[in-house]
Structure formats: structure tokens, C-alpha cells
Design a protein around this ligand. Structure first.
Ligand code: IMP
Length: 192
């Protein structure tokens, strides 16, 4: 089976390949001749990942999966959520995004948050969705230089380090993304 991962990030594909059975040939967007920007205009992670995967199926007829991730902060009713990448503006700057988040949290006591990844798989035209969540807390100031996005502000429950202070392998063991990917892989193992 050919399965497109809706990304052109070679690292993501290389990471995913060994996790899939030999019957699944993983291809990138470029590998199916898709060079355009995928639509991403939904207001939920489910809608956005669904839009991207559906686009590939509708235009290229290849089974596909797409992911979308957001940081959901309890005291902000789930913000920045689906708007995590551009929380502080279209420049998609992590520093600006973190500063905006900290400003919004000033004076609030509840610092609980979670990262959530939604993966939509379109397999032979049928849609399936998978979720991965990691719960934690938001610090009052960033710590650490690894990772990306909001990692310097996020301490997963049960750990003392932020995602940006942890070795990447440690983050990958417990991350929202790896949990969603494990759900997907389990499903593909059962159907394929
Ligand atoms: P995407 O859907 O994977 O592109 O993620 C959207 C945005 O969520 C990113 O631009 C980051 O701001 C944030 N984000 C996603 N995953 C992570 C993570 O593992 N650590 C920190 N921030 C993340």
C-alpha cells in the first residue's frame, strides 16, 4: 500500500518509516507530485488535519495522513490551540508566541496545559482520526534551549525538566505527537 505522509520534512518520514510494516510504502508530498500548499483553514485540530488529508485524497487519489498540533491552556479556555503557530502573528515566531502566552497568563493561578496532536488518516477514501495528548504545566519564564515552539515553557506531568531541557529522545517517548503516531501505527497494523 502507498501511504502519503502530508509533509516534505525528510526527517519526519525517516522517523516514521521503520515503525511501519513492510507492506506500507511511505511517500512524501513531493513523492506524489504535490507541491502546493495544503489548505488549513479550519478552527479545530481535527478540521485542519482532516482538510489536509482530504485534499491529498481528492486531488491525488493516494491514501494519506496529516497531523495538526496545538497547545491547549486551561485558564485560557484552550487557547492558543489550533492557532498555536501564529498566536502572536503571521511571522510564526516562537519567542513572540511565548511572550504573548505569558502576558495572557499574568495574574492567573491555573497553569495547567496540554499539547494535543490530531492525525487524520484517509485510507482508500475512509476517514479515521487519532489523538495524542501530553498533560503538564506552563512556567512563568522559559527554560532550556532544545526543542521548538512552546517547549521552553512546558513541563510535562511527572517530570522536572521542560521539553526544551530534555534530551529529544526523552521528549519523543512521551510527546503528544509520538502518542498520536503510535495510535495510527497500531491501527495500520490491525488493518494492513
Ligand atoms: P504543527 O501542527 O505540528 O505545525 O504545530 C503547530 C504549532 O504548535 C507549532 O508551530 C508550535 O508552535 C506548536 N507545537 C507543536 N508541537 C510542538 C511541540 O512538540 N513543542 C512545542 N510546541 C509545539
Amino acid at each position: 500500500m502507498n501511504l502519503c505522509m502530508a509533509t516534505n520534512n525528510a526527517h519526519k518520514i525517516a522517523e516514521m518509516k521503520p515503525l511501519l510494516s513492510a507492506s506500507v510504502q511511505l511517500v512524501s508530498l513531493a513523492g506524489i507530485g504535490c507541491h502546493e500548499e495544503l489548505p488549513e483553514t479550519g478552527d479545530t485540530l481535527e478540521a485542519n488535519s482532516g482538510q489536509k488529508a482530504q485534499y491529498v485524497w481528492d486531488h491525488y487519489g493516494v491514501s494519506c495522513f496529516a497531523d495538526d498540533t496545538g497547545l491547549e491552556v486551561e485558564a485560557l479556555d484552550g487557547e492558543p490551540g489550533v492557532y498555536s503557530a501564529m498566536y502572536a502573528g503571521p511571522q510564526r515566531d516562537s519567542g513572540d508566541n511565548m511572550r504573548r502566552l505569558l502576558r495572557k497568563l499574568e495574574g492567573k493561578e491555573n497553569c495547567k496545559a496540554q499539547f494535543r496532536t490530531c492525525i487524520t488518516l484517509i485510507l482508500n477514501g475512509e476517514k479515521y482520526q487519532f489523538e495524542g495528548v501530553v498533560k503538564g504545566t506552563i512556567l512563568e519564564a522559559p527554560r532550556g534551549t532544545g526543542g521548538f515552539g512552546y517547549d521552553p515553557l512546558f513541563v510535562p506531568d511527572g517530570y522536572a525538566q521542560t521539553f526544551a531541557e530534555m534530551p529529544l529522545a526523552e521528549k519523543n517517548k512521551i510527546s503528544h505527537r509520538s502518542r498520536a503516531v503510535q495510535e495510527l501505527i497500531g491501527f495500520l497494523g490491525r488493518v494492513g
